[in-house]
Ligand binder design. Structure first.
Ligand SMILES: *Cc1c(COP(=O)(O)O)cnc(C)c1O
Length: 379
């Protein structure tokens, strides 16, 4: 069994993907060009924003936005404590300070109440200037943007949606990567919309921001790449990756999102009452980058993972360490008491095999192994 079966997806779309790659090879346009422009147009339309600007990966997409916003030393940027390292890294990379915020136990996403508390505390301490918040759509579920955007307006903060895992999700029909002042995603192969290498994109309705990001990603270009008006970076999506993504975006829209949600319901039916299953709030739709259960304690989680492994069932721990405990952030002063939820989650979460091509029989066999584990445990 595969944790995320990229081979099954390729087999289903082999003819189209091979043809798309072949077309780029024959055109000999490997950087930029029509493929990239068309993908950006299609993504902007799907997400429901004016601009999509592709770049080298999801981490750079966030960095480009923070560069464009002029985030710098002395600025505070609020980041959930439960996420992939990059969300905090990009803030520190700009010289600013990531202020980690605890998450909601049910949704795994940044807790708006604790976000406001962290903002107030930062203002009171007076050392850093609150500038932005980067909510993450963890495991495919959009963060609580209605509340976060209210708080951001109140304290005049910019919102950057980290939609690396979120493509395809929505809140009452408003799609992931359309929230906040800007959003970013990643096309890393295992994400809900992945390519066959690295890739990323910035989304925004802000014309000025889009222009700035387009300049920054090409060495701070002015009229063209040889007219440089600011210091930028080199951050591109290859034409081959864009061609592959056009096929995969269609697959995501046509059936993959429905299929992962079908797998979610099958898992939930079989696991409810045995373990804590994912909670999707009313009006929210997840793209299920991960299907993550919660166990009673660390020992049970580790034992279950070992048991599943024995039976050839892969599982992953996202995430084993809170951001505030990462060695790279040890220079920050934090109070471990502020992260009660994340500290617990890191001990009890387990992500099960999840992808659009997972069969009902496979779900059945994972669920059965878990049922047996608990039966044995409480016999
Ligand atoms: C994957 C991921 C990123 C980084 O994306 P890359 O394309 O690997 O740079 C950022 N944030 C989150 C939450 C992610 O899961």
């Amino acid at each position: 069994m595969q944790f995320r079966d990229l081979r099954a997806q390729y087999q289903r779309y082999k003819t189209e993907i091979d043809a798309a790659i072949q077309k780029v090879l024959c055109s000999a346009n490997f950087i930029g060009g029509n493929e990239v422009a068309e993908l950006e147009e299609q993504l902007a339309e799907y997400v429901g924003v004016k601009h999509c600007v592709t770049c080298a990966n999801g981490t750079e997409a966030m960095t480009l936005v923070l560069m464009a916003w002029g985030i710098k030393e002395g600025d505070a940027v609020f980041v959930p404590d439960f996420t992939f390292f990059a969300t905090g890294e990009v803030v520190a990379f700009r010289g600013a300070t990531p202020v980690f915020v605890d998450v909601e136990r049910d949704t795994f996403n940044i807790d708006p109440l604790k976000l406001e508390k962290a903002i107030k505390r930062t203002i009171k301490e007076g050392k850093l200037t609150p500038k932005a918040v980067i909510p993450v759509d963890l495991f495919g579920l959009p963060a609580n943007y209605p509340e976060i955007e209210k708080i951001a307006r109140k304290y005049n903060l910019l919102v950057l949606e980290d939609g690396a895992q979120g493509m395809g999700g929505n809140i009452n029909g408003k799609r992931a990567c359309s929230f906040g002042n800007a959003a970013t995603t990643s096309f890393f192969p295992a994400k809900p919309l992945g390519c066959y290498g690295d890739g990323g994109a910035v989304f925004t309705d802000d014309d000025g921001l889009a222009q700035l990001v387009k300049s920054l990603k090409v060495h701070g270009k002015g009229k063209n790449k040889y007219d440089n008006v600011r210091i930028g970076v080199n951050s591109r999506l290859d034409a081959i990756q864009a061609a592959i993504l056009k096929v995969k975006l269609r697959a995501l829209i046509e059936h993959e999102l429905e299929d992962v949600n079908r797998v979610y319901r099958l898992y939930n039916e079989r696991l409810q009452g045995i373990v804590e299953t994912p909670v999707i709030p009313e009006g929210y739709y997840s793209s299920f980058a991960q299907y993550t259960i919660k166990l009673k304690n660390k020992q049970q989680r580790d034992e279950l993972q070992a048991k599943l492994k024995e039976q050839g069932i892969p599982s992953m721990i996202y995430y084993i360490k809170p951001m505030h405990k990462q060695g790279a952030f040890s220079y920050l002063e934090y109070d471990d008491q502020d992260f009660k939820v994340v500290n617990e989650l890191c001990d009890i979460v387990l992500s099960l095999p999840m992808h659009p091509y997972l069969s009902e029989e496979a779900v059945e066999s994972v669920a059965e192994s878990i049922q047996k584990f608990y039966h044995f445990l409480y016999k």
